[in-house]
Design a binder for this molecule. Sequence first.
Ligand SMILES: [Zn+2]
Length: 301
Amino acid sequence: MLVDPWWKAEACAADVLKQQNITKLPIDPFQIANAKDILHQENPSLDAGVSGCLMRVGDRFGIMYSTRYSSNGFRRFTVGHELGHYFLEGHPEHLFKDGCTLHTSTTGFVSDDRYEQEADAFAASLLMPKALFREASENVGNGLNTVLAMAALCEMSLTSTAIRYARLITEPVAVVLSMNRKVLFSIMSPTLRAQRNLTWLKKGAGIPPSTLTFRFAGDSTNIQNARTASANATLDDWFDGPDIEISEEVIGLGEYGRTLTVLHAESLPDPEAVMERSDGREDDEAESLLPSQRFFRKSRY
Ligand SMILES: [Zn+2]
């Protein structure tokens, strides 16, 4: 059974913030570590692919984070992730069993490991708390503009901010992280997920060739120079859905060769009016699912 890592992480992160009486953005993960006497420092010699690690010696904990990543937001997220391993129930017992004293992490919503997913969800919940994020995002436009503004306010990466945005926003939004025109990660807002006549792409699926994102990714300088582009699209372009207009905004994420796409619809038909899916498949909360692998049947009626 698929377990949603967010429920536990949201509750735990909210509890930590309450205990430490933290009520304003940006949240400082280093301050939270200090309050628990957790040492933290940069480490230039961590292996490629390792973003950080948590050490335990007796009852003392320490966090190291890699200097390979230049983004301040990514480092803050990494420290938040390691704090998740410290605070989340069952994590220290699992990670430090059998005399192990070191856990290395791959942060950023790319791991399939349950403990890594929970720690990522904790980091996002801790550094972009639900209520504070929703309140602040109400007055900063929509789509990519909101993501940019909230990333600056929360001092987080665009990717983690976009994921949080799609999870918390009430409007119909989808966020797609891609590299080499393949989906790395994608998430739909609850309102968009409620549209049951959309097909979804899985992790690894191709970006639809008719889209702006596909064309944008064809020029690597767009990505390296962090350019942005926007165009009108339709739900059909991305989700094999109805011919309803949406906005498509894409930004290059620089050195890692990734692109971030934000899809935003002004309005959608009432999902109750849409005929229910007939394939009997349970709805799936997996974050890695999204439009484009046409894995359920195309005919909608
Ligand atoms: Zn980890």
